[in-house]
Design a protein around this ligand. Structure first.
Ligand code: EPU
Length: 328
């Protein structure tokens, strides 16, 4: 978002073995640690961060093993997620090009290590569906560990890494996924299906799905390198059966699984393209806030309240912020 104060210390982690020393440094200073990947989904508060930011520079992508139906791939956590996806859709194992499981995550900004933290998901896939395990450095127990996906309590934009006692405890060093040799089959996520239908696409190789997702994202989501934004600024709203019924009766779209698209709510509260305190509600995807001229986190906080209030007033739902925050 290009907002917020400075950090007291920054340490770049280039190899696993740097971690013990870096955490020792933070402990000596009695300072909190924050692990930063690409930073595209983290918003700095105005008071800055009186702690140690560890910037993840761990690199490497490896094929672990492959059998008749699946292939296991491991990426060090500082790799860009999109590079990992690109690798997976081009990989040749002697029989087949391209493996399925993360192709719909094409174009998601940030690092591989960030994917399990908030269980990154887009266009019908979530990292939780293919995650096998992560390797971490555990600050509390002062050791490296391998944690199977089943221990990570993965949910919508949620894991043990961004909730409860797990926050600040772990540095994810690598992520291992199990990808499929079989390609995806229709029906696809609504906008992806529409893209294929319009073009008469009938072969859904991982590379084809990747191309389509990149095209759709490119037409809707601002590139964070060019426009200051954190992608979706609000989470979607999830309703139980009874609430969903009520919403449908009021003409509100409810998708499978009880999802009410917050972008729809914001648009139908009349906010698409509007500016509040220097923050613009994107005119292409209303879930995205773009920092055009906000001077501080305080401006963003006022804009956030204005959007939340307008949606609450019109529909009665209270939107929740999606990106994480850092600092005082
Ligand atoms: N919609 C509108 N107006 C808008 C935007 C959306 O009416 O301005 C409605 C449309 O009905 C559309 C529906 O909302 O069909 C869903 O929109 P879209 O497919 O763009 O997805 P989203 O629910 O807004 C989520 C993720 C995105 C991810 C997309 C695609 C969250 C918070 N966001 O957005 O993730 O790329 O699905 O799968 O779950 C991110 O987390 O930063 C992010 C970009």
């Amino acid at each position: 978002m290009r907002l917020g104060g400075a950090a007291r210390y920054v340490i770049e982690i280039e190899e696993d073995k740097d971690l013990a020393e870096a955490y020792h440094f933070a402990a000596e200073k009695k300072m909190p640690v924050y692990v930063l990947g690409g930073g595209s989904n983290v918003i700095g508060r105005d008071g800055g961060f009186n702690g140690v930011i560890m910037v993840n520079k761990l690199r490497g992508i490896y094929v672990i093993n492959s059998d008749k139906d699946k292939i296991r791939l491991c990426a060090k956590s500082g790799e860009l997620l999109d590079d990992f996806v690109d690798y997976s859709v081009k990989l040749f194992d002697g029989e087949q090009f391209g493996f399925s499981g993360i192709e719909a995550l094409s174009g998601v900004p940030g690092t591989v290590g960030a994917a399990p933290v908030q269980n990154v998901g887009a266009y019908g896939q979530e990292i939780a569906q293919v995650l096998h395990h992560v390797c971490v450095y555990d600050y509390k127990d002062n050791c490296f560990k391998k944690m199977p996906a089943s221990e990570l309590n993965l949910g919508y934009r949620r894991s043990i890494f961004n909730t409860g006692d797990g926050v600040g405890r772990y540095f994810i060093t690598s992520v291992t996924v199990e990808l499929h040799k079989n390609w995806l089959k229709p029906p696809f996520y609504t906008s992806l299906q529409a893209y294929f239908d319009e073009r008469g696409v009938t072969e859904f190789s991982p590379a084809v799905v990747r191309e389509a997702v990149l095209a759709i994202r490119g037409s809707k989501l601002p590139d964070p390198a060019e426009f200051a934004s954190s992608g979706s600024f609000f989470k979607n709203v999830y309703l139980d059966e009874a609430e969903a019924e009520k919403a449908r009766a009021n003409g509100i779209p409810v998708w499978d699984g009880g999802k009410v698209p917050s972008g729809w709510l914001i648009e139908h509260a009349g906010l698409k393209g509007k500016e509040f305190f220097g923050m613009r509600v994107s005119d292409k995807a209303a879930l995205v806030l773009i920092n055009e001229s906000a001077k501080s986190y305080a401006d963003l906080a006022k804009a956030r309240e204005a959007v939340i209030e307008a949606v609450r007033e019109k529909f009665g739902y209270t939107l929740e912020q999606e990106p994480m925050e850092l600092g005082e």
